[in-house]
Design a protein around this ligand. Structure first.
Ligand SMILES: Cc1ncc(COP(=O)(O)O)c(C=O)c1O
Length: 366
C-alpha cells in the first residue's frame, strides 16, 4: 500500500501528458510559455478569481504579504497548528506573530480568534492581518471569521494549499479572502511534478501588483523596475502537467468523498476525525485521525506491522518550534494536545476498497 499513488494517476494521463510535454521540448518556451497563461485562465475559471502562478506555495504567501505592503513590526495572526510557511514568511519580513488555537475542525477557532484580538487590544496591539489555513482540505468558518476581521479592519490572506477543490457554501475557498494562496507540491489535491504555487484574488489592483512583484518588480517595460520583488515563476513544463491533472481533479475529489463516507461509517468510536465545517465539501487532501483511548505509539506500531504507511501532520505546533517560540499567544492547549495524538493514513483517490478495509481492520481491532 502506498501513502500516495502518483503513478496510478500518471497512468491515466500519460498519453496526453507525454504528447504535451514533448511539444514544449521542441517549442523550448520553458519560461513564461503560453501554457502558463492558459493554466492561469483555467485556475481563474475554476476558482472564480483572478489567479497568478508562482514558484511554490510558500512564495505565494510571501507575495501576498508583499502586495499588502506589510511593514517590519506589523502584527499578523496565524494558526498554531499549521505547516511552517505562514509563520516563516512573517519572520522573514520582520512581522510579529500572534498564534491562535484551533477547534475540532483543526483550523483556527473563531471564538479564540475574537478573544485573542480582545486581549491584544488591552496590550495596545493591533493586528494588521490574519493568515488562515484550511488544513487537510477542511474549510475554515469563513462567515464567522470574515465577520470578525471586517469589524476589526483586519486583512485576510487564506492559505488553501491543502484545500484546492474544496468549497464552502458552494463557492471555492479561494473566493473568500482578500488574497488566497495554494501550493502545487506533488502530493497536494492539485499537484505538479516538482514545485509550484498560485495566488488568487478578486482585486485587479492586487493582481497587477503581484504580477509585477513576482517578476522582480518590473513595470510596463522590459528592464524597468518599480518595486523590490523576487523571481517566482511556475515553469511551462509544470503548467502542462497541471493542465492535464486539472481534468482529473473533480472526479478524484468525488472518489475521496465516497471513500470518506465508507470509512467513517465503518470506523469504531475509539477514533475521532477532523470535524468538517458545515456547508463545506472537502477535497480531503489528507485523512487525519486521533484517539483519546489508545496511545499513538501503539496505533503506529500496529500500522507499521501491517505495512500500512502513515505520516504525522504535525508532530509539533508552531509555538514549539525554536524560531517561533517568541510569538505572542494566549491559550494554545487544543493544538498542542492534538499534535501529540494525530496521525494520517493513506487516502489518495486511487486507494482500493480492500486497502481501506485493511486500514479499518487494523484500527478497529486495536
Ligand atoms: C498549508 C500549507 N501551506 C504552505 C505550504 C507550502 O507549499 P510549498 O511547499 O509549495 O512551498 C504547504 C506545503 O506543504 C502547506 O501544506
Amino acid at each position: 500500500m502506498k501513502y500516495f499513488d502518483l503513478s496510478a494517476q500518471y497512468n491515466l494521463i500519460k498519453n496526453s501528458l507525454n504528447k504535451d510535454l514533448s511539444k514544449i521540448f521542441y517549442k523550448t518556451n520553458f519560461i513564461n510559455g503560453e501554457e502558463v497563461t492558459i493554466l492561469e485562465k483555467k485556475l481563474s475559471d475554476y476558482t472564480n478569481t483572478y489567479s497568478l502562478t508562482c514558484a511554490n506555495g510558500t512564495d505565494a504567501i510571501y507575495l501576498a504579504l508583499l502586495a499588502l505592503n506589510v511593514k517590519r513590526g506589523d502584527y499578523v495572526i496565524c494558526s498554531n497548528f499549521n505547516y511552517i510557511s505562514a509563520a516563516e514568511c512573517c519572520k522573514l519580513l520582520g512581522l510579529k506573530i500572534i498564534l491562535v488555537d484551533i477547534d475540532k475542525s483543526l483550523n483556527i477557532c473563531p471564538e479564540k480568534l475574537s478573544e485573542a484580538i480582545r486581549k491584544c487590544k488591552r496590550k495596545n496591539i493591533k493586528p494588521k492581518l490574519l493568515i488562515s489555513v484550511n488544513l487537510f482540505g477542511n474549510s475554515i468558518n469563513y462567515s464567522k471569521i470574515n465577520k470578525i476581521l471586517r469589524s476589526e479592519k483586519i486583512l485576510h490572506i487564506s492559505d488553501c494549499a491543502q484545500s484546492f477543490g474544496s468549497t464552502y457554501k458552494l463557492k471555492k475557498l479561494e473566493e473568500y479572502a482578500f488574497i488566497s494562496t495554494t501550493s502545487f507540491f506533488p502530493s497536494k489535491s492539485l499537484g505538479c511534478y516538482g514545485d509550484g504555487g498560485a495566488v488568487f484574488t478578486k482585486s485587479k489592483k492586487i493582481l497587477n501588483l503581484i504580477k509585477s512583484i513576482k517578476s522582480h518588480g518590473s513595470y510596463k517595460k522590459k528592464y524597468n523596475f518599480k518595486y523590490v520583488g523576487l523571481n517566482s515563476r511556475l515553469d511551462t513544463l509544470q503548467a502542462v502537467v497541471l493542465l492535464n491533472k486539472l481534468k482529473l481533479l473533480d472526479k478524484e475529489i468525488k472518489i475521496k468523498n465516497e471513500n470518506y463516507r465508507y470509512f467513517i461509517k465503518k470506523l469504531n468510536d475509539n477514533f475521532e476525525l477532523q470535524q468538517l465545517q458545515n456547508n463545506t465539501y472537502s477535497c480531503h487532501s489528507y485523512l487525519n485521525l486521533y484517539t483519546n483511548n489508545i496511545s499513538r505509539i501503539r496505533v503506529l506500531k500496529s500500522l507499521k506491522e501491517k505495512n500500512i504507511p502513515y505520516q504525522i501532520y504535525y508532530p509539533k505546533t508552531i509555538i514549539e518550534q525554536t524560531p517561533y517560540s517568541d510569538s505572542i499567544y494566549f491559550d494554545l492547549q487544543n493544538s498542542i494536545d492534538i499534535s501529540k495524538k494525530i496521525f494520517s493514513i493513506p487516502f489518495h483517490p486511487y486507494i482500493k476498497r480492500d486497502e481501506i478495509d485493511k486500514i479499518l481492520n487494523t484500527l478497529n481491532y486495536l
